[in-house]
Design a protein around this ligand. Structure first.
Ligand code: ZN
Length: 277
């Protein structure tokens, strides 16, 4: 269940503020986590909430509750993820039918909604009704890249947190504008062969332009994420954009961790070329 890279918690600890909520027995009904570490924090928080050997509000990581939550097999944990690009109303209804039942494990029920910004309007309205009158002993954790696409009425029901490395990363508008031009160039190459793609990748490497490459992937990610939500596009185009956006997002993440720039660039751009050609 928690198999994707975004939920990697191996090198991460729970936010002290969330640990404090657990420690003080002050866990709220609904949280909104934004930023690249939001899913991992949601997972850690879900563990901490029901951990039987919690230390200062942090999950122990080894008790049966922690282990089963980590594996996604804890009975009172519901994880909702987009299906074919969207979270749909039947997924919210299915969750609704379960959260009003008693806890099966005796603790709190935790509902993690990943990519909550990819929620159809009817689904969002249905979720809003649940958030307005939340069932007892239930914690909703919405995760999203940003809160821009969420209903203001949903945001206002949640305690908002931002997780990620963006805090130490200031985006320079001029560099981003240059990168946006490069993204357009890249898209114009997608109908051709692989050689222009490799030459394009080369241009970053030749100039040892790591920052330019990072900005390129940020601009690419933003464009694909916008395409994925653009209702003017066909469903298949939006789904392609959403899958591709994940590769671009991953590239941004890996570049910030100093991964081999050349290899990452070649692999990601060729993969996108294969998907789009
Ligand atoms: Zn534990």
């Amino acid at each position: 269940m928690f198999s994707d890279d975004r939920s990697n918690i191996d090198n991460m600890s729970l936010s002290p503020s969330l640990a404090n909520d657990v420690f003080e027995n002050a866990v709220q009904h609904a949280y909104l986590f934004c930023g690249e570490d939001s899913v991992a924090q949601a997972r850690l928080f879900a563990m901490a909430i029901n951990c039987t050997d919690s230390r200062d509000g942090n999950p122990c990581g080894i008790c049966p509750v922690c282990r089963r939550t980590s594996l996604g097999s804890y009975a009172d944990l519901i994880v909702i993820q987009p299906q074919k690009g969207w979270i749909r109303i039947d997924q919210i209804r299915d969750m609704q039918s379960k959260v009003f039942l008693r806890s099966m494990e005796g603790g709190k029920k935790v509902i993690i909604i990943e990519d909550a910004d990819f929620m159809k309007t009817e689904a969002a309205n249905s979720l809003l009704k649940v958030l307005e009158e939340p069932p007892e002993d239930t914690v909703f954790i919405l995760c999203a890249a940003t809160k821009d696409k969420l209903l203001p009425t949903i945001i206002s029901r949640c305690l908002f947190y931002h997780f990620g490395k963006e805090g130490s990363f200031v985006i320079d508008p001029a560099s981003l504008a240059v990168a946006e031009e490069k993204v357009l160039t890249f898209f114009s190459l997608l109908n051709g062969g692989v050689v222009p793609i490799l030459n394009f990748a080369d241009s970053f490497d030749k100039n040892k332009d790591k920052e330019g490459l990072l900005y390129f992937f940020i601009a690419l990610w933003q464009k694909l994420a916008a395409d994925a939500k653009n209702e003017v596009l066909q469903v298949s185009e939006r789904e392609l954009a959403m899958r591709s956006a994940m590769f671009a997002e991953r590239a941004v993440d890996l570049l910030r961790r100093n991964i081999n720039q050349r290899l990452l660039c070649d692999v990601t751009l060729i993969r996108l070329w294969l998907m789009y050609r």
